[in-house]
Design a protein around this ligand. Structure first.
Ligand code: SF4
Length: 387
């Protein structure tokens, strides 16, 4: 397998062409008197619009493929920058946020593909311009503790947990690839927010790029919506706080860690959801891919002659930062925001146990896989299980 060496140092406008989201990138078109109207309609910017549309559509098809826009390879720095601006402008005017979020993932991954092999001074420079202090030494990159917490908190992969980090003197010391992944998250967050547009510009973009926006709407998977969920015997109100939060994360179009996705799919299967309902639960993910999701969900369901993989226990979910028993400040309902007393019962070991204690019935109809303590009065379903 070929191993990529370090990327060559960037000079001048190349930095902005590679990272067009950086403050200062507008220097690439200084003196052109560029306006939003001109970018949208001017003949001089036709090629930038063509490349921009390609950026938008490639992201909708597969936000994880950072190198699928062939037109970028032959584009000059100013065209790369302008096509980026155009894509951001159009997606900011889209009626739904899903297209912008998928594009943000794609652009962040494109930047990451370079950052993970970039010289240390380039990594530091990109971080600095994004407002973070990264200091690279030959082996590790020092990230300010507050910056680390801000950037790593949505990642949730076990290796990013603060408890696993090398901490010293208010800094976190991480290998360069992990620092690049933190910057990927910074870029994704930055680009997932629409740029503000006046009502007049919003209308103009929607009219001029109506075909592109319609194409985006067709390609973005419809997010799972509560009101349009498939009929199912499951009662989401009986789900434990951790699973409800995982569902909300995806419904908002935000990323859910690998551990969270596995837990959600395996839990939904055990709770009685059919195949399509489980696939639907992932449609809001910013990197949703229909065929991969179907393959993975099928794999999870097929285990053990259709019983499916065992969802992780509470201890495991806590170690991945996925437990929500203390409440979720962003939860829409009071019960989401409050501490859940059932989750603090000493016998509560598993999310499925919670579900059954709340009266949910699992796929195999069993009330419990293992003998366990009786349900507390008023909480258990018939024959409350241990897990
Ligand atoms: S205690 Fe268990 S069931 Fe409750 S929120 Fe945490 S992981 Fe979920």
């Amino acid at each position: 397998m070929a191993v990529r060496g370090p990327a060559p140092p960037l000079s001048g406008g190349e930095l902005y062409a590679e990272y067009p989201f950086l403050p200062g990138a507008e220097a690439l078109v200084a003196g052109e008197g560029l306006s939003v109207r001109a970018l949208l309609e001017g003949a001089a910017y036709e090629r930038a619009r063509v490349i921009g549309r390609a950026r938008v559509l490639a992201a909708q098809d597969d936000p994880r493929a950072s190198s699928t826009v062939q037109e970028l390879a032959s584009a000059g720095p100013d065209e790369r920058y302008l096509s980026f601006l155009f894509a951001r402008l159009v997606l900011s005017a889209a009626p739904a946020a899903g297209g912008l979020r998928r594009w943000a993932v794609a652009e962040a991954k494109r930047a990451h593909a370079r950052l993970e092999h970039a010289p240390s001074d380039e990594l530091e420079e990109v971080a600095r311009r994004l407002g973070f202090v990264f200091a690279a030494s030959p082996k590790l990159v020092r990230v300010d503790l507050t910056d680390y917490v801000r950037l790593a908190s949505p990642i949730r992969e076990a290796e990013f947990r603060l408890a696993s980090q090398d901490l010293s003197g208010g800094g976190v010391f991480v290998p360069a690839p992990r620092a690049a992944r933190l910057l990927q998250e910074a870029v994704r967050r930055e680009l997932a927010v629409p740029v503000p547009l006046t009502a007049e510009l919003l209308a103009a973009v929607r009219v001029r790029e109506s075909e592109l926006l319609a194409d985006v709407a067709r390609r973005v998977p419809a997010a799972f919506e509560r009101g349009r969920a498939r009929p199912t015997t499951m009662d989401r109100g009986r789900f434990p706080p951790c699973l409800r939060r995982m569902q909300r994360t995806l419904e908002r179009g935000e990323n859910l860690s690998h551990a969270g996705r596995f837990c959600l799919a395996s839990f939904l299967h055990r709770a009685g959801a059919d195949f399509e309902t489980i696939v639907d639960a992932f449609r809001g993910a910013p990197d949703f891919d229909e065929s991969i999701t179907r393959y993975q969900v099928d794999h999870i369901r097929s285990r053990d002659e259709g019983r499916g993989y065992e969802p992780p226990e509470c201890d495991t979910l806590r170690s991945h930062g996925l437990c929500a028993r203390d409440g979720d400040p962003e939860g829409p309902e009071p019960k989401d925001r409050e501490r859940d007393p059932l989750c603090y019962e000493p016998f509560l070991k598993h999310p499925l146990q919670y579900y059954r204690l709340k009266g949910g019935v699992s796929r195999d109809g069993k009330e419990g896989d293992r003998p366990g303590p009786p349900a507390p009065k008023g909480r258990g379903g018939p024959g409350a299980p241990s897990r």
